[in-house]
Design a protein around this ligand. Sequence first.
Ligand code: DPX
Length: 558
Amino acid sequence: MTYTVGQYLADRLVQIGLKKHFAVAGDYNLVLLDQLLKADGLEQIYCCNELNCGFSAEGYARANGAAAAVVTFSVGAISAMNAIGGAHAENLPVILISGSPNSNDYGSGRVLHHTIGGTDYDYQLEMVRHVTCAAERITDAATAPAKIDRVIMEALKQSKPAYLEIACNISSAECARPGAFPMHLVRPSSDQASLKAAVAATKDFLKTRENVVLLVGSKLRAAHAMKETVALADRLDCAVTIMAAAKSFFPEDHAGYRGLYWGEVSTPGTQELVEKADGLICLAPVFNDYSTAGWTAWPKGENVLVADPTCVTVAGQVFEGVALKDFLHHLAAEADPKPASAKNSTYKPQTIAAADPAAPLTNDEMTRQINAIITPDTTLTAETGDSWFNATRMALPGGARVELEMQWGHIGWSVPSAFGNAAGSENRQHLLMVGDGSFQLTAQEMAQMVRHELPVIIFLVNNKGYVIEIAIHDGPYNYIKNWDYAGLMEVFNAGEGHGLGLKATTGAELADAIAKAQANRRGPTIIECSLERTDCTKDLIRWGKLVAAANSRKPQVV
Ligand code: DPX
């Protein structure tokens, strides 16, 4: 039996830990899909469209460390590129694999279907380079192994998406079998001299400071440094705070945990703690307009040390080639304790009082009930919108995970991402909070949860519009057509699935719906939560004003 390029790719995907890959079929990738199906232990999961396919893979990468999405040329790949842009922004290694024209057609002057109508087929590769860290076209079998290996290696090393374009007549061409994949090379290694110097400079920095605070950022997971951060917190014995996009990246039941820093919409007391620190150690942060609340909360200056995934900036010096994991490991062994900030501050998880069960459902009551069912084995995916603010104010037991997409912020991301995440970690309880506006973009991926009998509980927040946009800048464009969201489940069940569609207009109805959803183990449950349009978190309104002010700065006169 001939061993093929497609089988080589499949074996590599298995070797890097993938048990599933996501796909939408098209004639440029059908033979490739056949080859991938031959691999033992690599299930092929189909999506409703390529945008969802990319986001499903992105969600799988969140659960599983890496993922792959297989699409057809142009009509498929260009849709998937949006999700791949998201994976780039969110630091997730997703391999996008596009079937492509027959190798003889490149440069032949022939016009092919699914293309933009010219005879130059380079445009897809050129476009995708902007949203991937490595991109290769495979038009002959001999060079396929090296190209496949390079792309996979770069994706894992950089925690970024990467791209393979495989000509449709090459995936079944004969190819050498792979050896073991060099997994030991995928973690960035440190320049030892730079690492030593960064640790020494940091110890110097800490020497003269007492109120030392850690601020955990959202690139920490991609830097594979979550365990080392806990070790450093233990060693320093100091206060630890998180940024919004890093929710759940530090255990909230840790003795040093002191809440969320997000400028004016921080946990009570946390803004002061962070901004008064004489030594603020920022770990893998992303400071953008959203995370700094419209540039009003951007820690800078001589008291701030920034440790990025491969670079440390301290006291005006920049140390390149320092893997965060190694840096934290050394500090956790060598730094002097700095207990003042933790001793002089407290943290109490925000609690929401229970509402009258018969009263109309409120945003607070919905959030309270969702928070109450979060266990150490729960993954909560929270969509762009007020769901961000509801998720970030929840109290989490150690082990619970929150998934957010705050850098890319693509509404509709959460439905396919939660699908992929659930497919990648079926042993966890999967909850999804998604607004009505967001849901309308990618609702059909709920059908795949039905197909694969994944018991995701979807809290559909029906507040009849784009409420976060209303908070930032109102207009007629923020008001959407209402749907019968709960009724959609019957459409997707189509007489054979086990999905449940429920509605909650009071606290009692929500409690009842949650009990039914938790008992429904053979499919998703959507609970349509009806809220007043004006009923949102106070933090959303305050944050929205700050972001609106940043958006509406007058052009600078030069
Ligand atoms: C838009 C956003 O209903 O949530 O909580 O009511 O805001 P809230 P909804 O899901 O509405 C989402 C809506 C329209 N953002 O308020 S956040 C602009 C936008 C985006 N992504 C894409 N298109 C437009 N973020 C793909």
